[in-house]
Write a protein that binds this ligand. Sequence first.
Ligand SMILES: [Zn+2]
Length: 441
Amino acid sequence: MDILLKNAQIITLNDNDDVIPEGSIGIRDGRIDYTGEANRCLEAEYSKVIDCRGRTVMPGFVNAHNHLAMTMFRNYADDMKLMDWLFTKIFPMEDKLTDESVYWGSLLAMVEMIKSGTTTFADMYFFMESTARAVSESGMRAVLSRGLQGESGEEELDYRLRENDELFRKYHNSHNGRIKVMLAPHSVYTCSEAYLRKVAAKSLEQGIPVQIHLSESKEEVKTCVEKFGRSPVKYLEDLGLLNDRTVAAHCVAVDDADMDILASRKVNVVHNPGSNMKLASGAAPVFKMLSRGINVCLGTDGASSNNNLDMLEEMRLAAYLQKILADDPTVLPADTVMRMATSRGARALGFEGLGSIETGKAADMIVLNTEKAHYYPKYNIKSAIVYSGNSADVETVIIDGSLIMENGHLVTLDEERILYEAQKCALKLCTSGKDVRHEET
Ligand SMILES: [Zn+2]
């Protein structure tokens, strides 16, 4: 489909940081083929013309750390400590997940993400074939990984790695490059050293990047130091898992030495302020990481520890949290946090040519209705979106040149059916089988 967006205020997020007060964007074959001042002659050249008067167009959000089907556990176990929450509530429930529940849970997450302006996400979870099928149907852009964890027998661990191999063979760079596959060892505290070494070797041999949870809490660091005599960051560096394609989620409990390693290895860090605050994991020193040149981007984490997948909210949380942490309101200004939620995330996930509105770039963008009271009076549109914007302002979503949502109506997904099926699956999960670990607590 070829589309022309006209009369739009455009936040390009290009190198010059241009904001076009009233312009047009032409889209053809999944790419942007015109960006600039309004040009009436263009209208005849596109089969679909969308009038964006009173609207603002910007690059779609990139949610760089998520576990989609954890929507199944949204509001299931709140107000708990990370390790307690994980080991007594979440892991036992995850043992009961099925292809069906992951499929509907993933679609539920995608409905929420599309409606709040996310166009790309990274997911590490289980039954990823089901998620891949859901991505294919939704039209979203994604990085998928089969979650790898375990201290148990070699056979079981190898089986999980083989599942990721299969996912890679079937889906990597599929759907016009919309889907990529990475390796995802869960963390240093859920994977044995031998397993992490195996993943590192595979990553190196086959050139597959790694995404992992890293230094999420003080407790994780303490245990790692006791066990291996090093911080989780140093430990992963020694295992050969840190490089410029590594995506490390959280990095909350990192000291200067850790940040120096992350900077020298050019690791991409995903900040998840909502999840970190809710689990009281702490505040990642994002402003220090940015000043070291580390590519820090933004994620929501799963819907069970956030409890939504709203990147507009995440931007605001990120900005507020850093200002408190630094005791300085000048850190993480609106422009920086907007780039963390878009272009920096695209770079972290290896989607080159994404994250800005420029001719030749991939056509992933969102249209926000900025003709609402909370955008008035109009001064700085980026500040307005970050500090006053609301995900309900997102009206239209275009991914890879296709209309995924138009005027608030999902084009590719049946929202009503997805909510119904997701609720049915959640009920099944809560009532199926006796969960011993869960009952004991
Ligand atoms: Zn996570």
